[in-house]
Design a protein around this ligand. Structure first.
Ligand SMILES: *[C@@H]1O[C@H](CO)[C@@H](O)[C@H](O)[C@H]1NC(C)=O
Ligand SMILES: *[C@@H]1O[C@H](CO)[C@@H](O)[C@H](O)[C@H]1NC(C)=O
Length: 282
């Protein structure tokens, strides 16, 4: 069994029954139980990758935060700002969750920085074909108020276009580490400073050799040096340079590479959802 699958199975015990919004599909994570456990089991984990330099921002990156029973706002997934009032993330980040307990924060590189901007999730929509670890792990959040775009700390990322991204393309992943899939286990401790990792895409044919459930709706990337750099973030953006600007090509879905092995990381392939996203922008 693949490590990615194993890490997810660790969450079975945390499965919730709360059915709140959207049609939940498959397993649902009980985030209350998760954070209550996490607070009694702090365990340092190894973090690879690099801190985003001081005073530098990844302006399209947002932190999705869950309001715990004890009233704290806790980071649990990444996302990207695709319009001032729309966030793109993974379906498994919102599946079965209560939207009114989720906010998104923009304009920060350190999760401790209280000068960021926060906006409330009003509703979310998961792709109707989403199947955990199989396909279409993508969702769009409607947020209010819209973020004010200032280009330095807050801006949107382009997700348009249906052109397929090939193998061996230089891509950049950013994230604070995730509750899901990555890390040394569900009770790992996460960095507060945004991490980044540059690596390359690989062809779906090659990726499928290891990640056998792979479909066309996904794109893979592999850490060049195969070191366990535990910095991923479910729902977060994988981007590439396109001419003068950046384009988002993936949404962190599942994987193993950062922490353990030489296995590729699997992303939802954004270009396959061009029409689906466009319909939900207004
Ligand atoms: C969703 O969360 C809000 C805020 O915590 C709470 O008031 C509401 O009852 C919850 N909705 C459901 C259906 O549990
Ligand atoms: C962030 O805040 C936590 C809790 O207050 C603290 O333990 C941690 O050292 C802070 N991290 C940074 C990078 O300032």
């Amino acid at each position: 069994m693949k490590v990615g699958t194993t890490l997810i199975l660790l969450f079975v015990a945390l499965m919730g029954v709360e059915v709140i919004q959207g049609k939940p599909m498959g397993r649902i994570i009980d985030l209350d139980a998760y954070f209550e456990e996490a607070d009694t089991n702090s365990q340092e984990r190894v973090v690879g990758g690099y801190d985003v330099p001081e005073d530098e921002y990844v302006p399209y990156q947002v932190s999705m935060q869950f309001l715990t029973r004890s009233g704290q706002q806790r980071h649990f997934c990444g996302g990207s700002l695709i319009a001032p009032n729309r966030v793109l993330t993974a379906a498994h980040c919102v599946n079965g969750q209560n939207a009114s307990r989720i906010t998104v924060v923009a304009g920060i590189r350190d999760l401790n920085d209280s000068t960021g901007h926060r906006s409330q999730v009003q509703s979310y929509e998961m792709n109707e074909n989403y199947q955990e670890l199989v396909t279409s792990d993508i969702a769009i959040l409607k947020i209010d108020p819209p973020f004010e775009v200032d280009q330095k700390r807050v801006s949107t990322i382009d997700v348009s276009g249906s052109e397929e991204v090939g193998a061996d393309q230089e891509v950049l992943l950013t994230g604070w580490g995730s509750v899901f899939h990555f890390g040394t286990g569900p009770f790992a401790k996460y960095p507060t400073v945004l991490q980044k990792l540059s690596y390359k895409t690989l062809s779906n044919a090659r990726c499928k050799e290891t990640m056998t459930q792979l479909t066309d709706t996904e794109i893979c990337a592999l850490e060049r040096f195969g070191k366990g750099a535990c910095n991923g973030d479910s729902g977060g953006p994988l981007v590439m340079q396109k001419g003068e600007s950046l384009k988002q090509v993936g949404v962190v879905s599942y994987g193993t590479a950062f922490c353990a092995s030489n296995s590729p990381d699997v992303y939802t392939r954004v270009s396959m959802f061009d029409g689906w996203i466009a319909e939900r922008m207004s």
